[in-house]
Design a protein around this ligand. Sequence first.
Ligand SMILES: [Zn+2]
Length: 341
Amino acid sequence: MSVPRRKSDMPLEILHRIGLFRVFQLLNSRSLTVLNYHRIADPEKDGFDTFRPNISATPENFAHQMDYMRQNFNVISEAELLAWLRGEQGLPPRAAMITFDDGYQDNWANAYPILRARNLPAIIFLTTNYIEKNTPFYWDTLAYVFRHTKKDHADLPLIGEQSWQNDHEMEQVMLMWAEAAKLLPESEKEKALQRIPEILDVLIPENAFQGLHLSWDQVREMAQNGIEMGSHTISHPILTRISIEQVKEELVESKKRIEAEIGMPVKSFAYPNGGVADFTPRISGLLRESGYHLAFSLIPGPTSFATVKENPYAIRRIFLLHADSFSRFVGKMTGLARFFA
Ligand SMILES: [Zn+2]
C-alpha cells in the first residue's frame, strides 16, 4: 500500500518520444529492473469499493506493459537470479523481474493468463494470514467504508474533524487517514480502524470481501506453472514497528506455511511498505538466518548487478500505479520518472 501523487506526464512523453529512455536503458544495461505490482484490475468497474491505489494496472495496460518488457528487457526468474548469485551462470543485460505483493486473487484471474501467454516468470509475495480468507487488509476496509458512507463529514481518530463535498475530496481524507495509520504501532492501528465503520455509519456485510485474496489452490496452480512464491510476512506489519521476536516469527512462520502449501522452498521476501525506514540491516540478517536468499524493497529505481551481488537483501523495485500513463511506466523503469513532478 502506498499513496500516489498526480503528476504531469508531458515531459515524460517527450523524453519517451525522442528515445532518451532507451539510451538510459542501454547505459544501465548491467542492472536489474524489478517491477512491483499489487493488483491487476479495473477500478472504474461498477461496484469497485476497495483501495484504488493498490490497483497497479488494468488487465489491458498490464498486457501492454508485458509486451514492452518482452521487447526491451530480459525477464528472468528468481531461480535464474539465484543461480547467478551462486556463480553458476551469467545474467543477461537489461535483466528484469516481475513481482506482485500481498496476494490478491486478481493476480491469478487477470495477471497469470497474460504472463502465461507470454511465457514470462514472476514472483508473488504472499501475506499468509490473508490467503483464502475474507478478512481484508486495513486499507481495503477503510476504502470500503468511505465508499459506502452517506456522511459528508466526521470526527475521525488520528486526523480529527474532516469534511468532503465530492468523491475526490473523500478519497483524499481516506488517504490521509491511511497515511496517519501507517505511523501507529500495529495493535493501535487495528483499534483505530475498528472505530471507523461506526463513525461513518457503515455496516460491513460478512461477504463484502469474498474472493478478494488468492486461495491456496490458486497459489498451487500458479506455483506449478512458472510463478514463484515468496513471503510478504504473515500479517503485513511494518517490520521496524514490531519487536525483533515478532519479526522472526513473521519471517519464519510465513515461509513454513507457504512451503507446506506448495511443497517447494521459499527463497524470496518483500518488505511490507518497503521504504528506507521499513527495514534495517538487522532485519536483513534475520532473513538470511531464516533461509531467505533475496529480499525486495520499494525504494525506486534499478539496482546494479554489483549492488545486488553485494547485498541481495535490499533489491530496489519500481512501484506501478494504474494511473501511470505508458510514458510514465517506461520512464519509471529508467529511474528517471521520479525527477519529473
Ligand atoms: Zn504489501
